[in-house]
Design a binder for this molecule. Structure first.
Ligand code: NAD
Length: 454
């Protein structure tokens, strides 16, 4: 399989992708190796994951360069992703022992009865991952899964294969047995081949259409499935805000990582009283963004990673303009696989740019009459990943956000993920949650011990 640099179109290298035979061998080896891994004291697994963290620190520069080369992510943002990985690992290694400890829920010496909840690993799981934040979305699964005693078959995205190989080599160097964390290299059909084997869990990060296909494909085996899917993340700007601060924060939330984040701001609704000022300031910020060579530390916007997405962006902009939207910034492809940061106003809910995941540097801004209209529009989507409100009034934000169907609610912030909080989606945004202690318990199943003294 070719690994191509999206900024230059050049082939970086060729890698051997997995075949039906190699996948079958890896699944069998993982099955054989998992019990011994689970039997090791949790303290040993924690030390191994700490050693993995050490490798991330040691290899920081080289890993950032590789991530930029294969995804086109600007180098400063690749560095940020690697730095942001460290507190996630810290959270999991610090919380794993306490979260996974047995819990005595009845201790009745007189009756001679104890009841204990224990946590057993699922067994052998598949971790099928996306390319947009490969360190984040991968580690949300494989770090707690390994800590909990599972074996992991990790299929990185075909657009982040070299990063996947680097992760596998660092885990190996840290002491995870090669059969306990096995990388499966390849594209969608390779992932489908992996899922044809009996597995104890499938943990997927990617798009809604692929997630649904995966859930359907493993349903007959009754395999546990977790899906972290896309979003059409809305933000509402109220009339009482500091408009300059809101505009600057939201421009970053919409365009960071080229808008290729599941929680990128995808739709903005603005109270009509501040709409004109907001748009002016927002466009002013966007016009300052530096686009171009992703290896330049000053670059904020590089090429799109999946170059076919250029057609999606072009189609959304063309349709919006045909239906009456105004282009206030950008609107076109630029050099190579780059798309100009694009701001559309006069948008309406029937335009694809306000309904379908854009996953690129294009944003629609719509003026609304009041909070009630904003709530109705924010909920007018099949997705339900994140939603935000910018207002000086916390009670107003909480009232609005409690009425919006979304797994994460942001007050005066956006495009934010915390290891301490669960990450989950409603509707087409997914099933289950990662991160937080809930994202550790995701990788175990409870065993109910009924213990009567002889
Ligand atoms: P994708 O759905 O195209 O691919 C995801 C992974 O699935 C890749 O590894 C791919 O090779 C594999 N795959 C494709 N078809 C398969 C099949 N039939 N069987 C098994 N595996 C298969 O998604 P992508 O382009 O890599 O990622 C972008 C999407 O991911 C966006 O929709 C984004 O919002 C979403 N995402 C969600 C989160 C979240 O936490 N909710 C985080 C990051 C990205």
């Amino acid at each position: 399989m070719k690994v191509v640099n999206p900024a230059t179109g050049e082939t970086i290298t060729n890698v051997l992708d997995d075949t039906a035979e190699t996948i079958a061998a890896k699944v069998a080896a993982a099955r054989a190796a998992q019990p011994a891994w689970a039997a090791r004291p949790i303290g040993e697994r924690i030390e191994i994951l700490r050693a993995f963290r050490g490798w991330v620190v040691t290899r920081h520069d080289e890993l950032a360069a590789t991530l930029t080369a294969e995804t086109g992510k600007p180098i400063s943002q690749s560095r940020n992703e690697l730095s942001g990985l460290l507190p996630r690992i810290d959270f999991f290694v610090d919380e794993a022992e306490r979260t996974l400890a047995d819990e005595v829920v009845l201790d009745d010496p007189e009756g001679g009865m104890r009841e204990v909840i224990a946590h057993e690993p699922l067994g052998v799981i598949a971790n099928i991952s996306a390319w947009n934040y490969p360190y984040f979305v991968g580690s949300n699964v494989f770090v707690p899964a390994l800590l909990a005693g599972n074996a992991v078959l990790y299929k990185p995205s075909e657009l982040a294969t070299l990063t996947g190989l680097a992760i596998a080599s660092m885990l190996g160097d840290a002491g995870v047995p090669i059969d306990v964390f096995a990388i499966v290299v390849g594209d969608g059909p390779v992932g489908a081949e992996l899922l044809s084997h009996p597995l104890d869990g499938v943990f997927f990060t990617g798009s809604y259409p692929t997630g649904r296909r995966i859930a359907e494909s493993v349903a007959s085996q009754l395999t546990r499935v977790q899906l972290e899917l896309g979003g059409k993340d809305p933000v509402y700007v109220c009339d009482d805000v500091d408009v300059a601060t809101a505009a600057a924060g939201l421009a970053d939330g919409a365009f960071y990582n080229n808008g290729q984040s599941c929680c990128s701001v995808e739709r903005i609704y603005v109270h009509h009283l501040v709409a004109d000022e907001f748009v002016d300031r927002f466009v002013g910020t966007v016009e300052q963004f530096v686009s171009g060579d992703p290896t330049d530390p000053d670059t904020y916007l590089g090429p799109l990673t999946r170059t076919a997405q250029l057609d999606v962006l072009e189609a959304q902009v063309t349709e919006a303009v045909a239906k009456g939207a105004t282009i206030r910034a950008g609107g076109h492809r630029s050099t190579g696989a780059c798309f100009e940061p694009t701001v559309l106003t006069g948008v309406t809910a029937d335009m694809a740019v306000m309904r379908d995941e854009t996953f690129g540097p294009v944003i629609g801004i719509q003026a609304v009459a009041d909070d009630a209209e904003a709530i109705a529009l924010m909920n007018d989507t099949e997705y339900g990943l994140t939603a935000g409100v910018y207002t000086a009034d916390e009670a107003r934000a909480r009232s609005i956000l409690s009425q919006v169907r979304a797994g994460s609610a942001y007050w005066n912030c956006c495009d934010r993920v915390s290891p301490r909080l669960p990450w989950s989606g409603r509707g087409h945004s997914g099933l289950g949650s990662t991160l937080s202690t809930a994202g550790i318990l995701t990788f175990v199943q409870p065993k109910a011990w009924h213990l009567r003294q002889a």
